[in-house]
Structures are given as C-alpha cells and as structure tokens.
Write a protein that binds this ligand. Structure first.
Ligand SMILES: Nc1ncnc2c1ncn2[C@@H]1O[C@H](COP(=O)(O)OP(=O)(O)OP(=O)(O)O)[C@@H](O)[C@H]1O
Length: 258
C-alpha cells in the first residue's frame, strides 16, 4: 500500500535520511520511533509531500506520490499535526465543516445537512460534542488535539498520519484516542502511521514499529519482535526491564545507579 524505495534526503550538505526502504501493508498501525533528531518528522513530511526526496521514491497505492494532484492526495491522506496553523477565532463546527470542502463538487456548492450530521456523529464518538460551538482558540491542548483528529477523519482518508497524537493528552485520554484509532483500522479499513515517543502506548496499539536512528532505519518489524531490552539500549541508550502482561511487552525505564 505504501512503499518507500531507496529514499535519501538532505538539507544543504547535511544528510537527514539515508537509504530508507520500507513497505507498509494496508490496515496496519505503524509507530515511528527513535531518539530526538533521528529523522521521524522529516520522514513524515516526505510521506506527506511537504518535502521532496533527493533520491528514491514513495509509492502510495501503486503511484509515486509526486504524481498525485494535491486535491487527490489530500482526499487519501489525513494528517494530525502536533501543533496547528489554526490561529483565527473560528467556531469548532466551522473548522470541521471546512474539512468537507475538499468533497464539494465546486466552490458554488455548499455544505449539506448530511455533512453536519456526520460531524455530530463523529463528535459523539470522540467526545467533542460539547465543544462544537466553542471558539477553537479557547480550547485546552488536549481538546484541540481531538479537534485536529476529527478534522482529519472527516475527509475519510485511506491513510492517517499522526504526529505525536497523544502529546497533550493524559494517559486515560491518550488510550481512549488510540483505541478509537484502532477501531478505525478495522471498521474503515484505514492504515495509521504515527510518530510516538511513549513506548508503552506503542506496545499497546502498534502492530509494526519503525525504529530510526541518525537518519537510518535500524529496525522495522513487529512490536513483539522489537520491544526488547537490547534493542532499546541500542536505539535510546535506555536501561529498562521488559514486563509481559497479556503477552504484550511493557517497558519499565530504570534509573542509572551511579
Ligand atoms: N530545515 C532544517 N535545516 C537543517 N536541519 C534540519 C531542518 N529540519 C530538521 N533538521 C535536522 O534534521 C534532524 C532530524 O530532525 P527531525 O525533526 O526529523 O527529527 P525527529 O526525530 O522528528 O526529532 P524529535 O523527536 O526531536 O521531534 C535534526 O538534527 C534536525 O535538527
């Protein structure tokens, strides 16, 4: 479904991503992990066509993403950024309605009752229905993150990219949001690619992990295969214990004894 072949990327002379080769099957929850500065956001920007590879290609549904028209690409790919460019005082409902713009046949068309109903249904599901009439600028960080997710989902994307989707959420809300994303994979047959820093959340929700370090793919495999003491030491220089609960690995970070 999404294939990256021999991808290299650099800014000026600085190599940021080197010889990236991965193949992501549909209906997978992929976590992109790695230390700060390892190239996670750069890789996401390349997959979103915000940056262009120096060499190599990114193939989505058998087509090089550079050959997608912007509107066609935007219909297929949903993106939930960490922060948003949204700085204008708009009602949440209006922000969400704007995401339906892409499906309007032409600029003279207007939103339908069906669009409003769809927003209300989704708002119920991700528990933002009480926020619809609020000004986006008045929302808390966590509430805002959920609005960004709703905005991406209303485009009914086939692939959803998330940049640290739980960074502003408490643990309960983080699990609730990722649970919801997991059900989307089954119900709407979408694929999710998320940058995550929390290894335990990655363990709970991701089927596959991509570990980057210094711009290279160090590991790409199943969560069970990769969440191992020696791998986490190699990638993060982390001392940890792995505990298994319902056959899922949990990472217990250890303080270095001096
Ligand atoms: N515009 C730029 N010009 C030069 N270097 C850049 C630019 N953008 C990013 N970098 C560098 O590229 C490297 C990878 O950055 P990137 O943001 O992809 O890392 P990351 O893994 O997402 O990090 P973090 O976990 O801290 O968000 C870093 O060393 C960063 O300083």
């Amino acid at each position: 479904m999404l294939e990256i072949k021999n991808l290299n990327f650099s800014y000026n002379e600085k190599i940021l991503l080197e010889n990236i080769n991965i193949n992501i099957k549909s209906q997978t929850f992929v976590g992109i992990l790695g230390p700060n500065g390892s190239g996670k956001s750069t890789l996401l920007k390349l997959m979103l066509k915000n940056l262009a590879p120096k060499t190599g290609e990114i193939i989505l549904f058998n087509k090089n993403i550079k050959d997608f028209q912007l509107k066609e690409f935007a219909k297929i790919c949903g993106f939930v950024p960490q922060n948003s460019e949204l700085k204008t005082p708009l009602k949440v409902l209006d922000v969400l309605l704007m995401s339906k713009y892409i499906h309007l046949k032409n600029s003279f068309n207007t939103y339908s009752k069906k669009d409003i109903l769809e927003i209300q249904e989704l708002a119920q599901m991700i528990k933002i229905n009480e926020l619809l009439q609020r000004d986006v600028l008045s929302l808390s960080g966590g509430e805002f993150q959920k609005i960004l997710l709703a905005r991406a989902l209303l485009k009914q994307p086939k692939i959803l990219f998330l940049d640290e989707p739980t960074s502003a959420l408490d643990l309960n809300h983080a699990i609730e949001l990722l649970n919801f994303c997991e059900t989307l994979i089954q119900k709407q047959k979408i694929t999710i690619i998320a940058i995550l820093h929390d290894l335990n959340l990655a363990s709970l929700f991701c089927n596959k992990l991509l570990f980057l370090k210094k711009g290279k793919v160090r590991y790409f495999g199943t969560t069970k295969e990769l969440l191992k003491q020696e791998i986490l030491k190699e990638i993060y220089n982390l001392n940890c214990k792995i505990i298994y609960e319902n056959s899922k690995p949990y990472i217990l970070a250890l303080k270095e004894i001096k």
